[in-house]
Ligand binder design. Structure first.
Ligand code: SAM
Length: 204
């Protein structure tokens, strides 16, 4: 029997990041492997580290040293640094660093809040990274992409992510675009992807 994308959000008054976290929390469990593709100030990394438990592992990428320092400080403050590998490299290189199958990957695009607004995620590297995440996503695994519309190149980036997501085989992936209808048209929105639990319905 085919499964539809199960989304059990408990509320929609939050922001896009909270919804992304809820979407991933549903599939994360003790011992899972997860990726924060854009560490920034470390909030998503901290969230993932809590979800995977002491036996789990989180890989957290950012190109800016300052972002990783802030992430490390936040994790240390919460006693969770031990289960996270911080990597100062572009997320498009994640396959070089990660050999495990991935249960959840979070992308929070754009620039570092409080940092240099000229340093942002970019369409080509974002697409390469989403493709790498898809390649290593385990059955039942999920990817969330929080998409911002304000930074330079944001329009191209959002289009590229949507185009990629729209091309994914519906026999293998459930894909959802989620936006707030009663907020500014510039409000961040989500692209959510889930890989089906089994491939049993597929033709050989
Ligand atoms: C909106 S912030 C992330 C917020 C973060 N997840 C948090 O919880 O605070 C986006 C981050 O993406 C980073 N970034 C930009 N290009 C990147 C790339 N190619 N690989 C990894 N990180 C990148 C930026 O340096 C910035 O820190």
């Amino acid at each position: 029997m085919k499964r539809s994308l199960p989304v059990h959000f408990t509320g929609v008054h939050g922001n896009a990041v909270l919804l992304a976290q809820k979407f991933l929390a549903e599939v994360l469990q003790e011992g899972s492997c997860a990726v924060d593709a854009t560490a920034g100030n470390g909030n998503d990394t901290l969230f993932l580290a809590r979800c995977v438990g002491p036996k789990g592992k989180v890989y957290s990428f950012d190109i800016q040293r300052r972002a990783l320092e802030q992430t490390a400080a936040l994790l240390k403050e919460n006693g969770l640094l031990g289960r996270v590998q911080l990597i100062q490299a572009g997320h498009e290189h994640m396959e070089k660093y990660i050999k495990e199958a991935l249960r959840a990957v979070i992308f929070n695009l754009g620039y570092l809040p409080g940092g240099d607004h000229a340093v942002t995620t970019r369409p080509e590297t974002t697409i390469n990274a989403v493709n790498a995440a898809l390649k290593n996503l385990e059955p039942g695994g999920r990817i969330s992409v929080v998409i911002y519309t304000g930074h330079t190149g944001a329009a191209e980036e959002s289009r590229a992510v949507e185009d990629l997501a729209a091309m994914l085989d519906p026999e293998i992936y459930g894909v959802l675009k989620l936006s707030f209808l009663n907020r500014s048209a510039l409000a961040p929105y989500l692209v959510l992807v889930e890989r089906r639990v089994t491939d049993e319905n597929l033709a050989p």
